[in-house]
Structure formats: C-alpha cells, structure tokens
Design a protein around this ligand. Structure first.
Ligand code: UD1
Length: 417
C-alpha cells in the first residue's frame, strides 16, 4: 500500500494547473448510458474513481476509447448488461449514478446498495423514491436495488433533503421519461449544472439547473455530443489551503473562482490576499493565518468537501475556530489524526472546536477518507519534520498526481510504494 512522505516547512510558490472535477465527471460519464451514439468528453481527470466508473460502464457493454491526454469517447450502443455489482459499488458509492440512466434507457437496472460508508450512513432512499414516483417498480433484494419500467413517466418529486447524486440520478432518468418531471428541493451544486449542460447538448430539455427547482421535458431519445468537464473546485480549494497554511504565494491555472465564493471568503477572513482572474486564481498568504469558523451546508453555502482542509489550517491559525458539520454525521475522522500532529481539537456533537497552536510536529498518520486525507497532507506540509501518511489510496480516488503537483509548487513530497 502506498504511503506519502512529507517533509514539512516549505513555503509553496509557483503555478500549477487544476484538473477536471471528479464529482462532475462521474455523473457525466453515466450520461453516456442514455444514448446509443458516442459521446466525447474532454478535461476528464485521471483518478481511481474515474477508472472504477469506466470499468463499471465497460462491464455493462459501453465502449470506452481514450482520446488524447484527457479525452474519452463513450459509446453506449452496445449496452447489454444493466448490472452494477457489489464489488464495484462498495469501492465507489457514486456507482449508484448508473441506476437512473439504465432504467430510463433500457427499462431495467440491478444496482448493489452502497452499504455503510466511513463518513456516515448515506442511504439512497431518495433515489429510489424518485424513480418510484416516475412509475418504476423498485424492489430491494439481497442487497441489490432492482428497478424496472417499460417507460418512466414524468412526475413531481420533492426530495426530503438536498441530495447531489440523488438530483443527478433523477434528472438523468427524467430526460427519457414521458412528459414533464419537476424536481423540487434539488441540489444547486455547480456539478449538477455541468451535468445538465452535457445532457442539454445531448438533446435533453432541462431548465432550472442551479436552482432548487429543475424542470425536465422528457424526449424519446438523446444523441451524441461533446462536453468539457468543469474544473475541480474542491481540488482548487485544497491547493489554496495548502498555500495558505505554508505562507505561500501560488497561482492555480485552468480553474475558476466562480463556484468558490464561500471558500474564497473564508480565506480572505483568514488574512489571505486573493486575486481572481478569468481562468486562474492567485493566493498570497499572510505570515500567520487567523482562525475562521464555518458551518457546512448544501451549495451555495460552505462545502462539506472542504471542511477537513479548513480544520487543518485552523490548527495553526491565531485564535479559536468552531467548525460545524451539518451534512454527514461522521465526518470528523481526521480529528484524531490531526491531534497526532499536536493539534488541539475538541469535538462536541457535530461541532469541532479548534484552538490554534504555534506549530505542528510531523508523525505517522492514517488517511481515513478522501477529504480527510487532504487535510493530513495540508497539516503535513506545515508540520515540523517528517509526516508519513498511510493508506493514500483514498487520495488517489480524488486528487490527480497530487505529489507531482505539490512538488511543482516546491513541497518536499514523496510517494513510497
Ligand atoms: C455528493 C458528493 C460528495 C459530497 C456530497 C455532499 C459526488 C460523487 N459526491 O455525495 O463529494 O460530500 O455530495 O455535498 O458528487 N441522503 C439520504 N438519502 C438519499 C440521499 C442522501 O439520506 O437518498 C443524505 C446523505 O446521507 C447525506 C445527505 O443526504 O447526509 C447529502 O448527501 P448527498 O448530497 O446525496 O451526497 P452524495 O450525492 O452521495
């Protein structure tokens, strides 16, 4: 199992390009299931989660062809096996995103239930409820969701809570349903909008993506298209935090601050100087950051996927920060690991109180989930001495060539096999 070895204390500086967004690419690749024509994608990130999704789609009969450095062509013409096995879904929860498109196009899907997850229970009841409202017959047997429908029918669906992949699954299913579907309480995440834009270029009739009411007029079929995946706002935010904590000065390329308002605001509050360009962001950090409190909530509020990284920067900031997690019930697993580096953090229910200290000290730590791993990297970059992060397969799920990109910015980072 690979480990990451970080020699802390180097100031990050220079430029590096950001990759396409994992959380946009995963649903968008599933959109290829909705048509028998080839769909071309660019700016696809090289990540383990993307490879897992391509294996899953390939198993179903979708043709997968690489095109250039970050391009892909998916051809759903040969779709013949509408099954997502437990083996696939257990490694990547986002596999549930095949459910809606499969039922909509082929009338049937068998998808394993995701089961438990390190950061919380994460059920898929809303995905199922929505498909049932569209007329699908859904049974759950032996750990599999089995959904069937001759043709889905448009429906009015109001999800009990804001769910990102739930909204995406139902939006994709509704594209080929008969009549109009209205999704209320829809997720407003930029990745939902990117998916909607891809579906629209495939011939779907969607309005309202990016608001909490999405309307979809079903069509008989979708066609091939070309779509560039949006930049990864969470990768971007993570590198901004890494620069902020090391007193750095970096410019991130091929990205946008457009979807990072709350993250940029918090970094400004922490004392950073940020310049926003059309396709780039520059951050210049102060000698010491100020503590910043935050509360996670669905977009456009502060993203839960940036909570752990801000926990790390608060560990050595000046002052006390309260971090409140409202999306997932068990998303503080990085706390114990950060404390191994010397951090002073106290958990009270879904609040973490972080008292900033002057220095962290390198240690052996263990990555527990994707964003928790990112917080350990950030802490390792500023800790004195050597930090070794174990189980970095979590990082490889969501950060493309992280050690290479950090090294380009001057960090002393090495992967050990
Ligand atoms: C997506 C993101 C993930 C991010 C999360 C919240 C992808 C591939 N993943 O995950 O990185 O952390 O949004 O921004 O885009 N819930 C239910 N029933 C459901 C669906 C959700 O109870 O049917 C609950 C979940 O347990 C959670 C909350 O709703 O507490 C939000 O989850 P959701 O938005 O669905 O997260 P994901 O789409 O899985």
């Amino acid at each position: 199992m690979d480990k990451l070895l970080i020699e802390g204390g180097r100031r990050l500086s220079g430029e590096v390009a950001m990759s396409g967004a994992k959380n946009a690419a995963l649903p968008i690749l599933c959109a290829s299931l909705l048509t028998a024509e080839p769909v071309h994608f660019t700016n696809v990130p090289h990540l383990n989660d993307i490879s897992t999704m391509l294996r899953l789609l390939g198993d179903m009969g979708v043709g997968v062809t690489m095109e250039g450095a970050d391009g892909l062509v998916l051809n759903g013409g040969g779709l013949n096996n509408p099954v997502a096995s437990y083996e696939m879904v257990k490694t990547m929860r986002a596999s549930i995103l095949v459910l809606g498109p499969l039922v909509a196009r082929g009338g049937e899907a068998r998808v394993s239930l995701p089961g438990g997850c390190a950061i919380g229970a994460r059920p898929v009841d809303q995905h199922i409820k929505g498909l049932q409202a569209m007329g699908a017959e859904v049974t759950v047997e032996q750990g599999y969701v089995h959904a069937k429908a001759i043709r889905l029918k448009g429906a009015r669906i109001c999800t009990d809570m804001v769910t990102v992949t739930g909204t995406e699954n139902l939006m994709m299913a509704a594209c080929l349903a008969e009549g109009e579907t209205i999704i209320e309480n829809a997720a407003r995440e930029p990745e939902v909008v990117d998916l909607a834009n891809c579906l629209i270029s495939m011939g779907a009739r969607i309005s309202g993506a990016g608001t909490d009411i999405i309307r979809i007029q079903g069509v008989d079929k979708l066609h091939g298209a070309t779509h560039a995946i949006m930049p990864d706002r969470i990768e971007t935010g993570t590198y901004l935090c890494a620069a902020a904590v090391t007193g750095g000065d970096i410019r991130l390329l091929k990205t946008s601050a457009a979807y990072l308002d709350t993250v940029v605001d918090k970094l400004l509050d922490a004392g950073c100087d940020i310049t926003v360009e059309r396709d780039a962001i520059r951050l210049v950090a102060p000698p010491r950051l100020k503590a910043v409190s935050l509360r996670t909530a669905p977009y456009p509020a502060f993203p839960t996927d940036m909570q752990a990284q801000f926990m790390a920067i608060n560990c050595i900031a000046d002052g006390v920060a309260t971090i409140r997690e409202t999306i997932f019930e068990n998303r503080f697993m990085h706390v114990n690991e950060l404390m191994r580096l010397g951090a002073n953090i106290q958990i009270e229910g879904n609040n973490a109180i972080v008292r900033g200290i002057d220095r962290l000290e390198g240690a052996m730590v263990m990555a527990t989930d994707l964003r928790a791993s990112a917080s350990l990297v950030i802490a390792g970059l500023v800790a004195e001495g050597e930090t070794v992060i174990d189980r970095i397969y979590h990082l490889d799920r969501g950060y493309e060539r992280i050690e290479e990109k950090l090294a380009k910015l001057g960090a002393a980072v090495r992967r050990m096999h």
